[in-house]
Ligand binder design. Structure first.
Ligand code: NAD
Ligand code: UDP
Length: 341
């Protein structure tokens, strides 16, 4: 039997692109997702793209009985753990939901893995765990900082509990992947990011302004100490992230312990640069207005991606232009996301 990989949260944005990459590489994939922030349509599209489908289990990572059953009935060799809640503002309003899904969910998953004798885990972490670093670019050696919201704290807590777990039992082999700012969509335009309601992140918002669903973008501050005063981030194409997961998985099956890798491009772009690049790709105007800074935002954030380059032989390949073209293609082909009525 081929290696089976369990992908929690595999119907979501990054999970669906990674599921596709795994299937294309010949893995058998089991997706476990409660669909609280996604649609199973993403997995149907994955099948349309590559001709293969993952096994889909509609369920929750906090459901220990279900997860035990999934491990008992399959030959799972590794877990890619994307499942969780990710909206920063919502995490401030509903902290218990965030700690429950992200922290309790990860604890339950690890308990079930341990019982099943599966010790290989790739965890979706975030550059937010660095807090507000004093210098750029950010390397993995930087100390973790003080995340400004419950979402960020939940990611840091899971990183710390996974470190403790690996110390307690040398059989564990864990990758903590710290994503910078994921954007873009599969070049087919068939799968992409499908935010629920008003987008929180820059690019989905810009894209909905360009297509006419939203009136104008609010640019959160133009008085940061950056080249044009707007916030600078390291945007990374979701296809590169998917490849990064494959590389991390290949690396950790050969070793044990915990490894941390930044997944970023190493280049930062400002909000105004992003707007201009999107206007070029879409041939539309993106109306915007500068407003107050958003609380908790930092001025700039970009990765030193050299550790992943050396140890994983992985580098982000997609240009800013590809990120914008692919986002726009997904937006035009799916004006209402996966719900097309
Ligand atoms: P997403 O919301 O599209 O995907 C997460 C998936 O997990 C969804 O399909 C959701 O239905 C599922 N899910 C949530 N709670 C669950 C639970 N308790 N049980 C089962 N399924 C559950 O988000 P994404 O952008 O694909 O992010 C994937 C992971 O990467 C998340 O852990 C997120 O925190 C992390 N991350 C995302 C970003 C980003 O900007 N997108 C940045 C850094 C880290
Ligand atoms: N941003 C903005 N308007 C928006 C959303 C985001 O000006 O409607 C800015 C934000 O201040 C930051 C950058 O765009 O400088 C990226 O924000 P996003 O929420 O996408 O990611 P973050 O880096 O905060 O996780």
């Amino acid at each position: 039997m081929a290696h089976q990989i369990l992908v929690t949260g595999g119907a979501g944005y990054i999970g669906s692109h990674t599921t596709l990459a795994l299937l294309e590489a010949g893995f058998e994939v089991i997706v476990l997702d409660n669909l609280c922030n996604s649609s199973a349509e993403s997995l149907r599209r994955v099948k349309l793209i590559c001709g293969k489908a993952p096994t889909f289990i509609h369920g929750d990572i906090r459901d220990r009985i279900l997860i035990d059953k999934v491990f008992a009935e399959n030959k799972i060799s590794a877990v890619l753990h994307f499942a969780g809640l990710k909206a920063v503002g919502e995490s401030v309003r509903e902290p218990l939901d965030y700690y429950d899904n992200n922290v309790t969910g990860s604890v339950t998953l690890c308990q079930a893995m341990s019982q099943a004798g599966v010790y290989t885990l790739v965890f979706s972490s975030s550059a937010t765990v660095y807090g507000e670093p004093l210098q750029m670019p950010i390397s993995e050696e930087f100390p973790t900082g003080v995340p400004t919201n419950p979402y960020g704290r939940s990611k840091l807590m899971v990183e710390e509990l996974l470190q403790d777990l690996a110390k307690s039992d040398p059989r564990w082999s864990i990758a903590l992947l710290r994503y910078f700012n994921p954007v873009g969509a599969h070049p087919s335009g068939m799968i992409g990011e499908d935010p629920n309601g008003l987008p929180n992140n820059l690019l989905p918002y810009v894209s909905q302004v360009a297509i006419g669903k939203l009136k104008e973008l609010s640019v959160f501050g133009d008085d940061y100490p950056t080249q044009d005063g707007t916030g600078v981030r390291d945007y990374i194409h979701v296809q590169d992230l998917a490849e990064g997961h494959m590389s991390a998985l290949r690396a950790i099956v050969q070793k044990t312990g915990v490894d941390i890798w930044n997944l970023g491009t190493g280049t930062g772009y400002s909000v105004l640069e992003m707007i201009r690049a999107f206007e070029k790709a879409s041939d539309r105007t993106v109306a915007y207005q500068v407003v107050e800074r958003r609380s908790g935002d930092i001025a700039e954030c970009w990765a030193d991606p050299s550790k992943a380059a050396h140890e994983l032989e992985w580098k982000a390949k997609n240009s800013l232009e590809a990120m914008m073209n692919d986002t726009w293609r997904w937006q035009v082909n799916n004006p209402n996301g996966y719900v097309n009525d």
